[in-house]
Design a protein around this ligand. Sequence first.
Ligand SMILES: Cc1cc2nc3c(=O)[nH]c(=O)nc-3n(C[C@H](O)[C@H](O)[C@H](O)COP(=O)(O)OP(=O)(O)OC[C@H]3O[C@@H](n4cnc5c(N)ncnc54)[C@H](O)[C@@H]3O)c2cc1C
Length: 457
Amino acid sequence: MNALQAGAGTADAGQTRPVGRSGRPRVVIVGAGFGGLMAAKTLADAKADVTIVDKRNYHLFQPLLYQVATAALSPAQIAAPIRSILRDQSNVTVRLGRVSGVDAAAKQVELGSERLSYDWLILATGARHAYFGHDEWEAFAPGLKKIEDATAIRRRILMAFEEAENMAAGAERSRLLNFVIVGGGPTGVEMAGAIAELAKRALASDFRAIDPRLARIILVEAGPRLLPPFDPSLSEEARRSLEQLGVEVRLGVGVTECGGEGVSVGVERIESRTIVWAAGVKASPAGAWLGAETDRAGRVKVQLDLSVPGHPDIFVIGDVAHATGGDGRPLPGVAPVAKQQGLYVADILIARACAKPASPFKYRDFGSLATIGRKRAVAQLGRLKLSGFLAWILWSCAHIYFLIGFRNRLAVVMNWAWNYVTFQRGTRLITGISGSRVDDMEKPVDQTPPVPMRDVA
Ligand SMILES: Cc1cc2nc3c(=O)[nH]c(=O)nc-3n(C[C@H](O)[C@H](O)[C@H](O)COP(=O)(O)OP(=O)(O)OC[C@H]3O[C@@H](n4cnc5c(N)ncnc54)[C@H](O)[C@@H]3O)c2cc1C
């Protein structure tokens, strides 16, 4: 039995064991993403008062966001309420709110006008996309991080086809039917493949004035190959598979200009009304809250036990942390890193409380997966390299397994099966339209006042 499990009063060597008002240590976790949630779950049996704070009331499965953006899944299928996930953990309190700072000297987290006291703090606030110093591009080239981003991109993609249908052939119609994805990492590759299948299969017969199959989908990557973390042979396989789906791949060219009518890449100008940004990340401002050293992406440089130098009671994990692997290189911003770090930090708190020395965090890399369209993927599992349908089966199983909630898993499997057989997309809804010609369509033509329901015979 350890001190967190034993509760207050257990001896503590070397470090003063913090004790809250209830007589138990208070652990505050900021962020209920992959890292924070894993830490909270691991502390389930600990005699500690755990408070998890998130600015959203749901945990989001970001790896499937691109499927919401391309009308394959609906938002509720890839998200689960944090309260319901942690419902059975009586030692956890969930707080909805945006943390705006940390007072490390007072050991308090700033949550609106309130101050949350902690004995141990875990910051797991993730990252957002970055525009390499061109934040003004965001208005024209949204990135994919939140559900709102995904539904906004879905709206842009579907509206582009609708507007093209209403337009005479010409430069503007072509511009509407050009889709540019910037960034050839897993998200860019997955987006490009999904938009290509949407245009060339799901929408193919639905329009009369335009032929959606003629849409151009252009994937731009500044580096020499797609999927840089994968073996070059799989990068090449991904490029080939995308080209078979009709995607134009541009390698070794960076975006130099981005606006409402298109992008400039190298010497080429690509006219487009729909640009999706899938390049670069910027960490959330946890480093600024702590005044801690950060890397170029704003990630906090943590120690081997993931604590912040000078603050043994504060841990930073997941996408907002800069931790290094065995080869001295920074660990990638992926879900398994965040989850393993959440597990490790929760264990370390339990170990610290009974004065056990903790061994440094060590990431176990089980491999990487990326999908291309609805039945192809690439997978790298140690030395094993897979591509094609088998890799896609593996990708599908892994995503279903890690998705939270039986209902979500079932709904996603059914959607994929339907999509696989019919090529159709179940969630082709255009929502949140404003400031477009569709507004006029929505105005009622008949201005007769509506008849109250009770008057209808
Ligand atoms: C489109 C996309 C696709 C991806 N695909 C894959 C993939 O296929 N495989 C893979 O392994 N990884 C993938 N990733 C990366 C993976 O999702 C991240 O590495 C992982 O989510 C990091 O977990 P985290 O806990 O650090 O942060 P997150 O999961 O981002 O969670 C951070 C949480 O903190 C909350 N938060 C942030 N700021 C505050 C604040 N000030 N106050 C309160 N709460 C706050 C947020 O609301 C959020 O819930 C993808 C990411 C994206 C965006």
